[in-house]
Ligand binder design. Sequence first.
Ligand SMILES: Nc1ncnc2c1ncn2[C@@H]1O[C@H](COP(=O)(O)OP(=O)(O)OP(=O)(O)O)[C@@H](O)[C@H]1O
Ligand SMILES: [Mg+2]
Length: 146
Amino acid sequence: MDAVRNMVLMRFPSRAANIGFARTAVALFASQLDFTLDELDEIKIAASEAVSNAVIHGYKGTDGEITVICRLSDEGLEITIQDEGQGIADVEKALEPAFTTEPEERMGLGLVFIKEYMDNLVVDSVVGEGTSLTMTKLPVQAQVRS
Ligand SMILES: Nc1ncnc2c1ncn2[C@@H]1O[C@H](COP(=O)(O)OP(=O)(O)OP(=O)(O)O)[C@@H](O)[C@H]1O
Ligand SMILES: [Mg+2]
């Protein structure tokens, strides 16, 4: 990433209540760039899907810590969401639409939404060590200007 113009680091316990906090906090940080309201909604969805995955799948409802790092540069917004939970056995499969390890309860669409709404998504995961998602997005208006 280019020279970082601003950044924020948040670390909080894996509680459902913090999903909404992260969703709003990330969007507030992102609003320093000229994202449209629709783009900010997409960022909110991506952030909350990633944090809820960490709570639900990473830690399976047990206590753990989640780290969210947001960075702004000339390339746009970069968000990293990390857990030190159980990890993903097959990342390629996890990214497939409707793939879920909890078919009774879930749709298997969270990662699909993140891919759809962000410009880029990198999933880094090691079973037993945790998962890190890095996603980037540049405002459409900035893309038009350049
Ligand atoms: N942070 C994580 N830690 C461990 N496993 C994960 C993590 N994130 C995703 N996964 C795995 O990848 C699968 C797909 O994730 P995705 O968010 O696309 O669907 P889902 O969470 O199962 O359903 P939905 O998001 O629609 O409620 C999950 O079922 C889970 O097995
Ligand atoms: Mg999910």
